[in-house]
Design a protein. Structure first.
Length: 506
């Protein structure tokens, strides 16, 4: 048998075939449905075109969702990113009216149906696909964050049963349990589908570019309408939640990535996200983006000493003061710039939206005092007196924390807080252990998503709404994937491989 000697190890001799096997790159051969990839995509394109021709955008959305669900059996991790791409497609090309008021927009039926198809495909693929490493998945399921997420799922199902017991409308219960369950469902699907830190990085890149392109489309659309009409035209869309999250991911790349190209991408993506949020007039998303980026700066400089932290505080304080001073000047200007400034620079006492939210929260807290443990259950309604609209009845709440307390009581709130705390501590703790590189940048981006979600939760149940719950569930699972990959690499002693995808064997 042929053999060679390894330099630096005079007594070690390995078979030549074994050495070649160790040095060869891991490139698994395609199998199963992957062999039919070209045929699949050609057939998928024809099916989508036929559906659009005969059934319009409604049939196209359902067809695309079914195709993504089918492809989950070949590439489950790809479908995690495609689920977000599908949602951005809906927000950009399918939204006809703002999702406001007592009645749900008609397109929500198609949005929910399509997302249900994709989720079913992901769940089936997680159970039956050969791409899932069950030994790795079981190890991750023992993580404290996974246990907290499982508890959150149990509380969600209990809240649904409580809602039915209290006589809430069954359709409203079913709709809300679907949205709330997406958080743990996508969390566990991600635990099974993503196998390495490289997979997490690919998901972040794919999602950020998808959101950036959607944000650019919205920005040019709204700016063109505003300029043609000579007034500030804004349009509310769930895209703002994704735009803020993509902006945080891009900011993490700017402050963590060492490559110039990745930093330039981050600047472009951040600018597109901020422009879309400004033109859509979403104060909560913009404030959450700024706060989350600021918190990432705090985390970044915490390793660099008291002097750097003090200098950063002075710079931030000076920037805020300058912004307020310049903001007052903008309020006095006419035209598009002044209209946008007056949308974001407000007096709380004069803002009817804020007053309506406060009235809504008073009604929520009154209900929680009556039913403190489990709340009013999923599907419950809130009735309050708005400043302009008068008496309003809604099944949701414009405050995520109020939503959790109303639907799941203090038990649900405590469980949700534990989940967020465990994820936050895990991300910060592992972030300090990572050497500079792609993996630490990915963890910084996931931490940014978590911080952004916590802040934007004040303006709506982003973690538990069907339009964004799956995205946040994947982000929380990504923290566990990176953490477990890091621990496995440390135990093997190949930590230096992390930026080249060295965790692929975990």
């Amino acid at each position: 048998m042929s053999s060679i000697a390894i330099q630096g190890r005079p007594t070690t001799r390995l078979p030549l075939a074994q050495v070649c096997e160790k040095s060869a790159p891991a490139m698994p051969m395609p199998s199963g449905i992957q062999l039919l990839r070209p045929v699949y995509w050609i057939t998928a394109g024809i099916a989508a075109g036929v559906a659009f021709h005969f059934g319009g955008i409604e049939a196209l959305s359902i067809t695309l969702a079914a195709l993504i669900a089918l492809w989950s059996f070949a590439e489950p991790k790809a479908s995690l990113g495609n689920a977000v791409v599908f949602m951005i497609f809906l927000f950009v090309f399918f939204q006809r009216e703002a999702p406001l008021g007592e009645e749900l927009p008609e397109e929500f039926f198609y949005w929910g149906s399509g997302l249900a198809l994709i989720t079913a495909g992901l769940c089936a693929a997680s159970l039956f696909s050969r791409k899932v490493d069950w030994c790795l998945a079981r190890r991750r399921l023992r993580h404290p964050a996974s246990l907290a997420m499982l508890t959150m799922l149990i509380v969600t199902l209990t809240a649904a049963a409580n809602g039915l017991f209290l006589g809430n409308q069954p359709f409203a219960v079913a709709r809300q349990v679907f949205g709330c369950a997406l958080l743990p469902v996508y969390y566990f699907a991600t635990i099974a589908a993503l196998r390495s830190s490289q997979d997490v990085d690919r998901w972040l890149i794919w999602v950020t570019w998808a959101v950036t392109l959607g944000a650019l489309w919205y920005a040019q659309k709204l700016s063109a309408i505003s300029l043609s009409r000579g007034v500030y035209f804004r349009e509310q869309s769930p895209l703002t939640t994704y735009a803020g999250a993509a902006g945080v991911i891009a900011f993490a790349a700017i402050i963590e990535q060492r490559g110039v190209w990745r930093r330039l991408q981050g600047v472009t993506q951040l600018a597109a996200a901020a422009a879309a949020i400004l033109l859509m007039g979403n104060r909560a998303a913009l404030a959450s983006l700024i706060v989350a980026c600021g918190l990432l700066v705090v985390v970044q400089i915490s390793r660099r000493g008291l002097v750097a932290a003090t200098l950063a505080t002075i710079i931030v304080a000076g920037s805020i003061g300058t912004a307020f001073s310049y903001g007052d000047r903008l309020l006095e200007r006419r035209g598009l710039g002044g209209d946008i400034a007056r949308r974001f620079i407000i007096k709380v006492s004069d803002d009817r939206s804020f007053q309506g939210r406060m009235a809504q929260m008073e009604a929520v807290m009154a209900t929680v005092r009556q039913r403190p443990v489990l709340g009013a259950g999923l599907g419950s309604e809130t009735k309050f007196l708005a400043p302009v609209e008068g008496r309003v009845r809604v099944t949701s709440v414009d405050n995520g924390w109020g939503y959790v307390m109303l639907k799941m009581g203090l038990l649900g709130l405590a469980t949700f807080l534990v989940l967020l705390l465990v994820s936050l501590l895990e991300s910060v703790r592992r972030l300090l252990d990572f050497p500079a590189g792609i993996v630490r940048a990915s963890m910084m981006a996931l931490l940014g998503i978590l911080l952004y979600g916590i802040v934007v939760f004040w303006s709506g149940p982003a973690f538990l709404h069907f339009t964004s719950a799956g995205f946040f569930g994947t982000g929380l699972a990504g923290i566990v994937v990176l953490s477990e990959s890091h621990l496995a690499a440390v135990s093997r002693g190949d930590l230096n491989q992390e930026d080249r995808g060295g965790y692929a064997r975990d």
